[in-house]
Design a protein around this ligand. Structure first.
Ligand code: AMP
Length: 430
């Protein structure tokens, strides 16, 4: 199935504006496949994990459907954990920024009276853990008579946590005439049973993993907190003395932020994303080609048009959403006759993505320790060693051998000479 653009999804201007603010450039595969069905009013089974953009996949149609003039609860989202309920609420609040939709996460452990107070004022989208939602139903502090859409998010997790009975009670409290959306990473039998019982003629949507092969190259990943990424990037550019790199971000917003940070720190950096006009893009590209820009920050979409050779390193500043993007991204590195290098920055939230990438590309991406400034000398010495070996392999060393022979005497071995040369090169910052 062809992937759609946000334009082709025919969203309202308010949602489009919010998506632009969030910096999303194009729908993720699960969004492109499920949004049209959900907007049509169909029941949908979405097979997708966290990180695939599944929240917006149901959140966008949910927001489009809500009548913000009515204060009644129209959408109910069930989540396994408080963290997920909060995350979903946060994402929906961002997407609904220009719609004035009232959204509330409710979960156990939080003062119920406070939740009741807000619910009384009228909440159109309620996102909650099953136990707490049931509690509100029993107290009659949550009226679900007007619910038109129910979303079961991470349904497999909810069943694993023993929420099946709670979910069934909740589903029997919502009108039968409703749309039921279920997202789950896996589709074991109990999930299929649930969909049979509570969904009508559901459309099954899943992202297909293509087998993709990775070019032979040096690939590593580094685990870190998100806020550390710019520092680590700068450090690696310095340590490896990178003169030409492509840095990939998942959103336009991140491209802009990172370019500003890099420029402020004195790096020769610029960005490319889909919002830029053709002549702006060409200007940036030609500066990159002629070396005025050393670090080019880009989104996947923008990078599709890039035609540059001699990129030393590809940095995945954000771990890519799927294995296909990973392969496209890293395939851009490699210099004439030399292996390319790809470094991927991974936060705890992105950890499963790198696992999936390894699984579907059948490659081993090594987890490495983030180099410190004090590792710099050793790394540079290794780089010198590689260069020396490449030079020896290329041959034609006759006159150099002759000069070194002249330097060797009783006090000075060839090893001393090599050590001296390495010292000079390191001091000169090569
Ligand atoms: P989720 O799978 O819903 O947990 O989303 C994972 C992350 O991807 C969240 O930070 C989203 O904001 C982000 N995201 C969702 N849709 C897109 C998109 N179309 N382009 C870029 N990032 C996205």
């Amino acid at each position: 199935m062809k992937s759609l653009t946000f334009k082709e999804l025919h969203l309202s201007r308010n949602i489009e504006k919010a998506i632009e603010n969030m910096g999303f450039e194009e729908p993720t595969p699960i969004q492109s496949q499920s949004i049209p069905y959900i907007m049509e009013g169909r029941d949908v089974i979405g097979q997708a994990q966290t990180g695939t953009g599944k929240t917006a996949a149901f959140g966008i149609p949910a927001l489009e459907m809500v009548n913000s003039k009515s204060k009644k609860t129209q959408v109910l989202v069930l989540c396994p954990t408080r963290e997920l309920a909060n995350q979903v609420a946060e994402e929906l609040n961002k997407l609904g920024k220009y719609m004035g939709t009232k959204i509330l996460p409710v979960y156990g452990g939080q003062n119920i009276q406070r939740q009741i107070k807000v619910l009384k004022k009228g909440v159109q989208i309620v996102i909650g853990t099953p136990g707490r939602i049931l509690d509100h139903i029993e107290r009659r502090t949550l009226n679900l008579n007007n619910v038109e859409m129910v979303v079961l998010d991470e349904a497999d997790e909810m069943l694993d946590m023993g929420f099946r009975e709670d979910i069934e009670s909740i589903l029997s409290s919502v009108p039968e005439e409703r749309q039921t959306i279920l997202f789950s990473a896996t589709m074991p039998k109990p999930i299929m049973k649930l969909t049979k019982k509570y969904q009508q003629n559901p459309q099954h949507v899943k992202t297909i993993h293509k087998v993709v092969t990775v070019p032979n190259m040096e690939q590593s990943y580094f685990e870190m907190k998100h806020h550390m990424k710019p520092d680590v990037l700068c450090r690696m550019i310095d340590i490896y003395d990178v003169k030409s790199s492509l840095v990939f971000c998942n959103t336009k917003k991140m491209v802009d932020e990172l370019v500003t940070t890099l420029k402020n720190r004195g790096y020769l950096a610029d960005g490319l994303h889909g919002d830029m006009k053709q002549n702006q893009r060409e200007k940036v590209m030609s500066s990159f080609r002629n070396g005025e820009i050393e670090t080019l920050v880009a989104t996947d979409v923008a990078a599709r048009g890039i035609d540059v050779e001699n990129i030393e390193v590809v940095f995945n500043f954000d771990t890519p959403q799927d294995e296909e993007s990973y392969v496209h991204r890293i395939g851009r590195t490699g210099r004439a006759g030399r292996q390319g290098v790809a470094f991927t920055f991974v936060t705890a939230k992105e950890a499963y993505k790198i696992k999936n990438i390894q699984k579907y590309t059948r490659t081993n991406i090594k987890c490495k320790k983030i180099p410190t400034r004090s590792d710099a000398e050793e790394i540079k010495a290794n780089m010198i060693a590689t260069k020396v070996k490449e030079t020896i392999d290329a041959g034609h060393l006759g006159k150099y051998v002759h000069w070194v022979e002249q330097m060797v005497d009783e006090d000075c071995t060839s090893i001393d000479i090599a050590a001296g040369l390495v010292k000079i090169m390191l001091a000169e910052g090569r």
